[in-house]
Design a protein around this ligand. Structure first.
Ligand code: SAH
Length: 358
């Protein structure tokens, strides 16, 4: 038989309901769909043939129409601090990165939502590469499945307990695929990562913010990096479209769940956005928004004109925000020795203690 040109089906991009409808449309009983779901999301089967309790006929059918269950690992690196990075090759040859940051009692996986990015933030390495394309739902979910099964396969003591959409790309520019991926990650009979343990990071795509808040219920992180328009226009060019006032207005209507706060990311760049005045502007800007601030140590990359702020500046900046009453955490640089593109961000986690400054 000639090979069909139909695009192959990626099972991990289906919700449990869609998978059930598909399997039942072939005349199979619903419990077959439950078995298949469990093989994919809980038992972490790497191929259809491993699903030993499905009938041979069903496995053959799945093998005929389905794409491989895992992306290819193009490279894997392990940092001395335990951070691990996977470079994955997608079906069309695009590559994306996924970074695991193990910390005491949890493992945060930083996943990508696009291959590349359109936002051109000048201090971000991905920003210099331009957009390649949006990821599909399955390509987002697969990052979690792949790392979970790699950890089991290698007998690693680490687990993926938290997910941050903070890798390559702007998740709110790929909203539909991201929303469905989140729905799949949340499914209690499957990957089962709770909504408090998923964080979506955005540069501030205002028209999608409220929708994300209403529909996804996950934590929101916003890349601030400057609290005056003139500077933010440079550091986060999206600010020219949705400026600080517009962003704040949207956030004042944001449906924050009880007890939760918005996380703000602020990468401290030497001589650019790290003065006492900059800190005071941040404090003023965040007034009346339940906030937690993550001060991120800039991770330099070859060719960048930016440098990390000095420890003294970082300390002063944190002090001013503390004085103003904000929970302010300094995020360690992680995986610096493996160029952990988003590993540097170390996740956005509730309750992490500030790192003492040496
Ligand atoms: N587009 C989304 C998510 C991806 S970037 C967003 O802007 O939030 C995730 C975070 O990493 C952002 O706060 C980004 O500004 C920050 N970041 C990018 N490059 C960095 C670097 N070299 N050092 C430190 N933080 C960086």
């Amino acid at each position: 038989m000639p090979e069909s040109n139909e695009p192959k089906l990626s099972l991990s991009g289906l919700t449990q309901q869609q998978l059930t409808e598909l399997v039942c449309s072939w005349g199979e009983k619903p419990y077959r769909a439950r078995q298949l779901w469990s093989w994919l999301h809980v038992r972490l089967a790497e191929e259809i043939d491993a699903m030993s309790d499905l009938s041979l006929a069903l496995r053959t059918r799945l093998n005929d129409i389905c794409a491989p269950l895992r992306p290819q690992i193009a490279a894997h690196r392990l940092s001395v601090d335990g951070t691990q990075k996977w470079l994955l090759t997608l079906a069309d040859g695009q590559t994306i990165e996924t970074v695991l940051i193990p910390e005491e009692g949890r493992g945060t996986l930083c996943i990508s939502s696009q291959a590349g990015c359109t936002l051109t933030c000048p201090f971000c390495h991905t920003g210099t590469q331009g957009l390649a394309r949006n990821l599909k739902t399955a390509e987002i979910v697969d990052q979690v499945l792949l790392v979970r099964s790699e950890l089991v396969r290698c007998g690693s003591p680490h687990r993926v307990t938290n997910v941050v959409l903070m890798g390559m790309g702007e998740p709110l520019y790929n909203y539909n695929a991201v929303a469905k991926a989140v729905q799949i990650l949340l499914d209690g009979n499957g990957i089962a990562i709770g909504s408090r343990k998923i964080t979506l990071s955005t540069a501030g795509v205002v028209p999608r913010l409220l929708q994300a808040g209403r529909e996804l219920g996950v934590n929101l992180a916003i890349s601030l990096h400057a609290a005056r328009d003139e500077l933010r226009d440079q550091l986060v060019p999206l600010n020219r479209k949705y400026n600080l006032a517009t962003l704040k207005q949207a956030l004042q209507q944001y449906p924050l769940k009880h007890g939760r706060r918005i996380t703000w990311e602020y990468v401290l760049l030497d001589g650019i956005n790290d003065t006492d005045d900059d800190a005071r502007q941040v404090a003023r800007y965040l007034t009346a928004i339940p906030s937690k601030i993550n001060l991120i140590l800039f991770n330099p990359w070859s060719g960048t004109p930016f440098a990390p702020a000095t420890p003294q500046r970082v300390e002063n900046f944190q002090h001013i925000l503390h004085q103003a009453g904000y929970v302010t955490v300094i995020r360690d640089r992680r995986g610096a020795d493996i160029e952990a593109a988003c590993g540097q961000l170390t996740g956005l986690l509730q309750g992490t203690r500030p790192r003492p400054i040496a």
